[in-house]
Design a protein around this ligand. Sequence first.
Ligand code: MIG
Length: 773
Amino acid sequence: MQIEILGNVKGIKKQNDVLMINTAEAVVRVWVYSPSVIRVNISRNFDESDASFAVIRGPLSKFNEAETEKEIIIKTTELQLHISKSPLRFNFFTADGRALSEDDQRFGVNWQGTRVTSYRKLYPDERFIGLGEKTGNLNRRGSSYVNWNTDAALHGVDADPLYKTFPFFVGLHNGLTYGLFFDNTHKSYFDFGASTDATMSWFGADAGDMNYYFFGAQGIAKIIEEYTWLTGRMEMPPLWSLGYQQCRWSYMSADEVVDIAENFRREKIPADVIYCDIDYMDDYKIFTWNKEPFPEPAAMINKLKSMGFHLVTIVDPGIKVEEGYKEYDEGVAKNYFATYPDGENYTAEVWPGRCHFPDFFRDDVREWWGKAFIALTEPGVDGFWNDMNEPAAWGQNIPWLVKFGEKYMPEVRNAYGMQMARATYEGTKKILGNKRPFILTRAAYSGTQRYSAVWTGDNSASDAHLLLGQRLVNSLGITGMSLIGVDIGGFAGNPTPELMVRWNSLGVYTPMFRNHAMEGTKYREPWCWGKENEAIIKKDIEQRYRLLPYIYSSFYQSCQTGMPVSRTLAIDYTGDENVYDVKYQNQFLFGDSILITPVESTKFTEDVYLPEGEWYRLSSGKKFKGGQAISAEAPLTDLPVFIKAGAIIPMQKVIQSTAEEGDGILEVNIWHGKEANTFVYYEDDGLTYDHQNGAYYKRQITFNPAKKIIGFSTVEGSFTSKYNQIKLVLHGFETIVQGKVRTLSANGKILRISKNPDHVVFANSSEQISIIY
Ligand code: MIG
């Protein structure tokens, strides 16, 4: 096989928004998408059509370039791209000329057969983070990865690839940051200096274009903001999906489902969601109910609803080959399935036996699929769990000649799951009208955040998986996903009670909090672990419900900026070496200001790295100086959770489900700190799209220690908060005693301090409120 390396420039042409460059090997196009986002497409099979599953933005209509004898230079206010002409190489710099990312000048972009690769200069101190659902360390330097969506059943903690493809990473070196998104759905490869004697990093794909978006913003949060500007952000999820979710493969009958739900209420353990895994279906036929164990789905769901539960049901892509089955008959009649090149429907075995697979790449197929959900929505299902969409078939190897639309499997496999999730989202959204659907998918490609939540697939009941799960969540957050779950307790195997308790306590701080277990494993529900453990599990789930106002506002932030809810410390403390230390790399911030350290179930003290600043242990209120590692007590009753000084955390009283009214008191907790802080509080009905028409409630809560003021800005939006009172709880403030040392006043009026001198309750009004202490 020959190697063809991108050679000298033959011609340059500028058409409004695109710079076109020809070489003997390829056609190159360069666009500017924003002052800090530049796209380069290098193609040997130039073709005007320019479709992307991920990207939802277009280029700027104009940009300026300058040409010298050796180079073409594109300058924006934030970036410089120097394109050297002989040979053609691409080198990115900051506006003030510091190198961000450069081609390896020898090899640049090249081809071996259809395989296309970009070889890049590796900087001595360069670190890499990203690629979404990938095992290994936070810092990916020295590792290599493959993107090929796989049903990674019972995977080990080092397995690669897993279920999802996010070909986006962030590079960090010399105090600079850049991002790179390789938008190519073929099987792709990333090597971060794993086997190149520390001279190069490289990425490439089996075929397709060298098509990448370069992000030059300084700061990881900004790069995430731009990546999610380009590929879209999540919608506000239904509030109920942020409550506790109970799943199992499978609850085998309507009676069992209702029984489990009733038990939550009986035990007074808060929960919002229960799932039906594959056994609710008749012979695993999608969009059917197994009538014997589930004789009246609507009656079952009504019962669940009356207890404040939502039901999520699973759907797989495989449509059973069986005449008389509606989806099969329609799909065959309308040619909705993936085919062999001769037009024959492709058949493979999955749960229902022999199956065909919808061609989700086609608009008409997605529409048809979407409409079929009526069989589930009519009885009242409002969450839709998309499984097996890598796509999975027994034996895994879907032949290369299987056709989806105009394309063959190797080109689009990595986007199949995303398109299924899209079909499910668009279809159910239409059916549910103004109600938000909840979609959960296992396979994904960049941009999936627009349609769906994700979970990390079939993990196992071990401490190593608990830690890995957190790294996967933290890494997925860098690639635009925010609503992410892991199977709490571990899908395969049986957790020890200690592991179950520990994992559940981490679940409190996992964006999607779902307990799930494999067929044949022991039951996992909170009451299966003895009274003492049940009490711990219950207390932790209650903590989740107490935090929901904070969590919901954190999701609002994700919707606005792409900032994930679970954040690797690399986002906020990029320049701090310690956060990449394998010892601390699993730590994360949950929202703006809660620092969590995952701890194995067999360890009862843990080294915790506290980044710069000051931190309070949540459970004890004890204050610590940051910039140091401490040894923290970590009994099963008390995961090491620290609050950043200055934190503003709105909470509420425990409720049994998000459907419950509550006591109408928003508990605003503030931890004293030296620096001023602002929290954007957001609320809406949690259920509908009315917030898109102004029915939301948003205000800034500020803490200004220099002026000794706590402020609530005027309320924006037309929604009336469900909290008519605010309880202000001050942590780490000097004791406030009315009439003696200090008083608290709101808008000039003295507030009555309760017996506990650190809190005060006052009426919530939409006007500005200033509390002086
Ligand atoms: O072949 O639906 O990852 O969560 O319980 C296994 C049964 C199919 C795999 C999913 C898992 C689910 C299971 N599914």
